[in-house]
Design a protein around this ligand. Structure first.
Ligand code: NAD
Ligand code: APR
Length: 226
């Protein structure tokens, strides 16, 4: 079976990483949606970096959970909105990152992009190792475009798969949230794993109302007969 998986913050929730929306998704009195913007960074790079430093610390201590591991074991192609790298740490070989990666930084002066694993950061906001310019996280913020290559490949995969499995996303951030609809329009069966209802539930052929770890196991047992 040609299977493609789309994941969101929910797949990492059981690894202890908070989701963005919902009760437990808030940090201090800020909405992540209001911190993850170019405007917020221009206004207060220190505050934005403090949030990313906090998230980097959480992610560095987190372990991939059973959902990440099972998806890696079945060798699924994974399109993810997550920036945490947990799919790769679980051994997944083919991961398309639509929103970048929290371990990469990009210089706002010289434009160089590179990895930075310093946890916690010694200096906030951090400076470029090449030109001492202001660094930003190499992630996609609201109002910014997604990396073209990643988006095109994700769309191609959505259009050509037989089963499109969606795990732990609210589906409200575009264009990632459109991919299940694209897959459905092109004839795929859409399966959703999420303890809560989302706009994707309405078009899903099968809905598994479970957390990711339980849901992915059920999916593999029933759909793949493993
Ligand atoms: P959006 O939420 O629609 O995102 C725009 C693009 O950025 C999408 O492609 C999205 O996938 C991506 N993106 C950016 N940061 C992201 C992140 N951290 N995580 C995931 N995806 C990310 O943003 P928008 O177009 O700025 O609109 C937000 C809301 O505000 C919408 O409801 C819009 O109607 C409203 N609004 C926006 C503007 C504007 O100028 N952007 C103006 C008025 C109202
Ligand atoms: N298992 C499965 N799903 C879960 C679990 C769990 N253990 N816990 C929560 N969920 C579900 C929630 O019900 C919700 O539908 O995961 C979803 C998480 O939604 P969001 O917090 O909106 O995360 P996501 O869809 O990944 O957000 C998209 O928004 O701010 C940006 O960059 C951010 O990539 C992110 C994008």
């Amino acid at each position: 079976m040609n299977l493609v998986v789309l994941t969101g913050a929910g797949v990492s929730a059981e690894s202890g990483i908070p989701t963005f929306r919902g009760k437990e998704g808030l940090w201090k009195n800020f909405k992540p949606e209001e911190l993850a913007t170019p405007e917020a960074f221009r206004k207060n790079p220190k505050l934005v970096w403090e949030w990313y430093d906090w998230r980097r610390q959480l992610i560095s201590k987190a372990q991939p959970n059973k959902a990440h591991k099972l998806l890696a074991q079945i060798d699924a192609v994974i399109i993810t909105q997550n920036v945490d790298g947990l799919h790769q740490r679980a051994g997944a070989k083919k991961v398309i990152e639509l929103h970048g990666n929290i371990w990469r930084v990009r210089c706002t002066s010289c434009g160089k992009e590179y990895e930075n694993y310093e946890v916690p950061l010694r200096e906030i906001p951090p400076k470029c190792k090449f030109c001492n310019g202001l660094l930003r996280p190499a992630v996609v913020w609201f109002g910014e475009s997604l990396p073209m290559d990643a988006l095109e490949e994700a769309e191609r995969l959505a259009k050509s798969c037989e089963v499109f499995l969606v795990v732990g996303t609210s589906g409200v951030v575009y264009p990632a949230g459109l991919l299940p609809f694209v897959a459905k329009q092109h004839g795929a069966k859409v399966v959703e794993i999420n303890p809560e209802s989302t706009p994707i539930s309405e078009i899903a052929d099968i809905v598994i109302r479970e957390k990711a770890t339980v849901g992915v196991e059920k999916f593999i047992q029933t759909m793949l007969n493993l």
